[in-house]
Design a protein around this ligand. Sequence first.
Ligand code: NAD
Length: 513
Amino acid sequence: MMNPNDVNFVSHNALTEAQSTPFQSKLYINGCFCEGSSGELSSRYSPAFGHLVGQYAQANEADALTAIDAARKAFDSGVWSDKTGAERSNILLKIADGIESQLEEFALLESMETGKPLQQAQDEIVGSIDIWRYAATLARNLHGDTYHNLGSNKVGMTVREPLGVVSCITPWNFPFLILSQKLPFALAAGCTAIVKPAELTSGTTIKLAMILESAGVPAGVVNILIGSGRTLGAPMATDPRVDMVTFTGSTSVGQRVAAQASQSMKKISMELGGKNPQIIMPDCDWEAAVDAVVFGVYFNAGECCNSGSRVLVHESIADDFLAAVVEKSKLVKVGNPLADGVRVGPMIHEGHLDEVLGYIAKAEEQGDNLLLGGQRIEHDTGLYLAPTIIRSANSGNVICHEEIFGPVLTALTFTDLDEAIAIANSTEFGLSASIWSKDIDNCLTASKKIQAGTVWINTFMDGFPELPFGGYKQSGLGRELGRLSVEEYTEIKTIQMHIGERTAMWVSSADPS
Ligand code: NAD
């Protein structure tokens, strides 16, 4: 345990009534808010303050089947898929307006359930609104191709049809942002959906349901289930009435979901884990690179698939650079998520904090060098872990290649860019990476050779709805966001046409007898 005075810890205030009133919610199936058929409720307590944040009706398998049935019938009826792109676009824009009108409530609930700083939660809701608006533009731009080069009597065309019913399964770390990377694009394409947020952070997803109907989304088009992944995941991934599963979460659960979905050849989209390197060259912009390393690893308490959890530093500057990262890390404010300037809140739950501490212990056992932190901060209600930096001499050690999902930076050194790229590529993951250098050759060489879905040059963790996001290797399958993301939720149909009289017969009376 660390003394809070040994870190930049901001203590808690008493909560106001608005901050401490629990959110109550039902399931949302076929346009109705309903209790789960088991009658059970789950409760979420704040990982920062310990108070009851929300109580949720729990769905069981029977509820999942009802939701799937509603989504299937809504899709087959054409009530959504037959709308014009313009109509769907206008509804998506209204949903964005509805979220915006409740921005503060969404952000507070998200902050209370996850423990993330309130200001960060607000930024994420604003970012999510922007994604809904971006998806609305794509609803009007979905189109196929035509082919006039097939001969004078042939024309071909491809049309993009909505894929059908989509199961969306989301994690706890960015509950509303990740939902917004999936659902508006599925809706823009004309699909219907069953959505299952993570058990611990269902609040903002179900809050969205309250906006859908008034924005004009017909009953059954979006159905929201709350409950256990194990119970609800199986029907959502295997039911023959579902056409696609889009999943964001851990690689291990993703593998299970993909295996289940493949039994009926559903389309799958997977956004999974990462062990993302930031490469620091001697000619980097020092201040900016130090700041990006600190931001990269502590943002969202490191519970971030895109976390810059590995820093690879050129050996000639490693000691000084890491000393600067340690000093800046000491400035990071940890603690009360509602206080101004706090950057790092608590970990999501006790079990996860223990796992992260287990990784730190393993690193020390393997001879890695703890430069900062490494311990829980002594505090009565919170699950706070001190910002932690570990220098490793061996890129084969566990801390260097497994996703830790906490505020824990692993530092390694390299002698030249080739070695840095080899270390960067030496994990099973390939989500994102960055390089810091003023030399364009270094930057472009790294960006071409690193196996990752996103490479940042002299920046880190920027994101725009316009740019696709996803992983190489075991970080995932498919892409979210970007112009083509809406196409992930479509099937291509080829239509071939013959013009005029058919002369070439397969069988003719003139054939030799
Ligand atoms: P998780 O895999 O435990 O859970 C994700 C979702 O899957 C939750 O809704 C959970 O209820 C559900 N689930 C659990 N068991 C299931 C099963 N058997 N069948 C179907 N669904 C099941 O992940 P998490 O702990 O919520 O989130 C952390 C992980 O998510 C990390 O590995 C992180 O890297 C990853 N992540 C990836 C991205 C990305 O875009 N690549 C983004 C955020 C998080």
